[in-house]
Design a protein around this ligand. Structure first.
Ligand code: NAP
Length: 365
C-alpha cells in the first residue's frame, strides 16, 4: 500500500466518531494517527475511553492510541470532526486557523457563505469556495462540511431530477433513526413504541441545506436553488437508517421511465475512482414494500440513497420513498468521500502534515 496521509478525528468516541474509526480501517488514502474527544476522555487509550457500539471489533491499530487534548498543536494536517454543534463552532476554527483541513460533520458552519457544503456526486464544484476562507489565506487551513443526515439521501435522489426536469416544489416527511441523535441520544422511555414528531432545528436545516446543495456556484458565492420546500421531521424507533416520504412537482413533466432513467444513469463520480463512492449512488428498488431500513440501509456499503415506491402524486407530480444510512452516508461516509475528493484535487497535502505527523508519532510512542 502506498504511503497514506495521517489523519485525526475530533469527537472520535461518539456515534459518528466510531463510524470514522470503522470506515478508516484499511483505507487506501488515510491512516488514523491522532484522536481527541472531551476532557473526560483525554489521556485514556481509545479502547478504554470509548463505549464502542458497532458490530465490528475496534481496529487493532487504534485500540491503544491515546486520546489527545482537543487542541490543534499536535494534530495532523487533516482532521475529521464529529463534534456537537456548539463545540464545533468553538473548536473547528481553531484547527483551521492552525493550518488544518477540517472535514466537518456538524452544522456549525454549513451555511456560512465561504464554507463548502458538499456531496461530491451533487456539487463537487462548490469545493472551490474553500479558497476564499480567511484561514486558507493565512495558514492554509480550511473547513469543508457535509450535510445533515436527512438532507443527504434526499438531495442525492433529487439531483438527477433537478438536472433533467427542474424541481418546483418538494414535500418531505422523515422517519429518522435514533442513532441520528448521537449517544445516549433519545431516552428509551420516550422512543420505544413511539414516534416523536419533533427534532430541534432539523426541518430548518433540511430546507436550507437542500437549496444550498442544489444551488449554483456563481463566481464567489452560491445562488440557492429556487424551489419551494416543506419538511416534516420525525424520530422513530429504528436503530439506523433514515426513511423519507417525498412528493415533488417538476418544472417540465416526466414519465415514470424518464424518472427511473435519471436515477439509474446518475453516476457523476464514475471517472474519479474514489474508494468510498458507491457505484450506484441512487439505487431504485422495484419491490412494492421497499426500501426498508433493516433490509436496505447497507446498500452500496451504506453509501447509496435507496429509492422506491415511485408513483403519481395527486397533489404534486411524483411521490416516492428514500432511505439512507444516517451514520454512514449521512455522516462519516459523507465526510470521508469529501476528503477523498479533496485528496484527488490536491488540497490535503502540505508541510503542516509532515511536521505534525512526526510530533503526533512522538506523543503516541
Ligand atoms: P455524540 O455521539 O454525542 O459524540 C460527541 C463526541 O464529541 C464524543 O466523542 C465526545 O467525547 C466529543 N465531545 C464532547 N464534548 C467535547 C468537547 N468539549 N471537546 C471535544 N470533544 C467533545 O454525537 P454524534 O452523533 O457522533 O454527532 C457528532 C456531530 O455529527 C454532531 O454535530 C451531529 O449533529 C453530527 N451528525 C450526526 C449524525 C448521526 O447520525 N449521529 C449524522 C450527521 C451529523 P466524549 O466521549 O469524551 O464525551
Amino acid at each position: 500500500m502506498a504511503e497514506r496521509l495521517r489523519v485525526g478525528i475530533l469527537g472520535a468516541t461518539g456515534t459518528v466518531g466510531q463510524r470514522f474509526i470503522q470506515m478508516l480501517e484499511r483505507h487506501p488514502f488515510f491512516e488514523v494517527a491522532w484522536l481527541a474527544a472531551s476532557d473526560r476522555s483525554t489521556g485514556r487509550s481509545y479502547e478504554d475511553a470509548v463505549r464502542w457500539k458497532l458490530d465490528t471489533a475496534i481496529p487493532a491499530a487504534v485500540r491503544s492510541l491515546p486520546l489527545s487534548p482537543a487542541t490543534p498543536e499536535l494534530a495532523p494536517s487533516t482532521v475529521f470532526a464529529a463534534l456537537d454543534t456548539d463545540i464545533a463552532r468553538e473548536l473547528e476554527p481553531q484547527f483551521a486557523a492552525a493550518g488544518c483541513a477540517v472535514i466537518s460533520n456538524s452544522s456549525a458552519f454549513r451555511m456560512q457563505e465561504d464554507v463548502p457544503l458538499v456531496i461530491p456526486e451533487v456539487n463537487a464544484a462548490h469545493l472551490s469556495l474553500l479558497e476564499l476562507q480567511s484561514w486558507r489565506k493565512e495558514s492554509g487551513g480550511f473547513i469543508v462540511t457535509n450535510p445533515n443526515c436527512s438532507a443527504i439521501g434526499l438531495v442525492l435522489a433529487l439531483k438527477p431530477l433537478a438536472d433533467r426536469f427542474g424541481i418546483e416544489s418538494i414535500f418531505v416527511s422523515t422517519m429518522q433513526a435514533i442513532s441520528g441523535a448521537g449517544y445516549p441520544g433519545v431516552p428509551s422511555l420516550d422512543i420505544l413504541g413511539n414516534v416523536v414528531p419533533f427534532i430541534r432545528n432539523e426541518e430548518e436545516k433540511m430546507e436550507a441545506e437542500t437549496m444550498k446543495l442544489l444551488g449554483t456556484l456563481d463566481g464567489t458565492s452560491i445562488r440557492p436553488y429556487a424551489a419551494r420546500m416543506s419538511a416534516h421531521c420525525n424520530r422513530v424507533a429504528v436503530e439506523d437508517g433514515h426513511t423519507e416520504g417525498v412528493s415533488i412537482k417538476l418544472r417540465t413533466s416526466a414519465t415514470r421511465e424518464q424518472v427511473l432513467a435519471a436515477w439509474s444513469e446518475f453516476q457523476p463520480l464514475a471517472q474519479h475512482q474514489l474508494p468510498t463512492a458507491p457505484a450506484q449512488p441512487v439505487e431504485f428498488l422495484a419491490a412494492e414494500d421497499r426500501p426498508q431500513p433493516r433490509l436496505d440501509r447497507m446498500r452500496g456499503a451504506g453509501m447509496a440513497s435507496t429509492v422506491g415506491r415511485l408513483r403519481p402524486c395527486s397533489l404534486l407530480d411524483w411521490k416516492f420513498t428514500v432511505l439512507s444510512h444516517n451514520t454512514i452516508r449521512g455522516a462519516a461516509g459523507a465526510a470521508l468521500l469529501n476528503a477523498e475528493m479533496l485528496m484527488q484535487m490536491g488540497k490535503l497535502s502540505g508541510t503542516r502534515g509532515a511536521r505534525s505527523a512526526t510530533a503526533a508519532a512522538a506523543v503516541s510512542a
